[in-house]
Design a protein around this ligand. Structure first.
Ligand code: SIN
Ligand code: FE2
Length: 217
């Protein structure tokens, strides 16, 4: 018989970890809403399935994406933009579920950004090997509002750097239910996700889903 030592160790990770001025990791903040989130997610992806978009440079992204809300983030050969319509179906993106909007508002308030009302939610699906290189979220009109980012499923390494691409990025392990909020002086921080490791999450299967809430317009 083997004894798994880690199983008996208490989880000593702090529930709230400051990342930078204006940025905080709220561990497990989405856990209590997970069942509703997963149900709503399925309804969204039935209407607007995940797809691999192309960058303006013509590369297909390893992360598959969809959106809900009135402002969907899209990329194609002509560039990045927010669009109210899913270019694949020609129909508006699915309405943002109230559970999504409430969770994002609650997490923002917890991070010190009261009154955040998201109009867009980019939904990213990472399968093992998928990654997102360092970038800034700067296609939004309202840079006064924070970004709220919810992790579900397999764990990932989140890279969080500074305001310059060359600034050294810190690494944070994001687990199912964790939320990162960044705004104020951290709003334009470079961030990304290291290639997802293999795994099979009990609830979500062999993938990581990220919900990124923005006030785009
Ligand atoms: C993003 O920057 O849009 C995604 C970040 C993440 O997947 O955690
Ligand atoms: Fe981003």
């Amino acid at each position: 018989m083997t004894i798994d030592l880690f199983e008996s160790l208490p989880d000593i990770r702090p529930s709230r970890e400051p990342i930078a001025e204006g940025a905080v990791l709220l561990r497990g903040f989405a856990r209590s809403a997970e069942a509703e989130l997963i149900k709503a997610l399925r309804e969204i992806t039935d209407q607007a399935p995940f797809r691999h978009m192309s960058t303006p440079g013509g590369h297909q992204m390893s992360v598959a994406m969809t959106n809900c809300g009135s402002a969907g983030w899209v990329t194609d050969r002509s560039g990045y933009r927010y669009d109210g319509v899913d270019p694949q179906s020609g129909k508006p993106w699915p309405v943002m579920p109230s559970t999504f909007r409430k969770l994002a508002g609650d997490a923002a308030a917890e991070a010190g950004f009261a009154g955040f009302v998201a109009d867009g939610c980019l939904i990213n699906r990472y399968e093992p090997g998928a990654r997102m290189s360092l970038h800034q979220d700067r296609d939004e009109n309202d840079l006064g509002a924070p970004i709220v980012s919810v992790s579900l499923g397999l764990p990932a390494i989140f890279l969080f750097g500074g305001l310059k691409r060359s600034d050294k990025a810190q690494r944070y392990r994001l687990e199912h239910g964790d939320i990162v909020v960044w705004g104020g002086p951290a709003r334009l921080a470079f961030h990304g996700i290291a290639p997802l490791a293999d795994g099979d999450d009990a609830l979500m299967g062999p993938q990581r889903i990220n919900l990124t809430f923005r006030k785009a317009r």
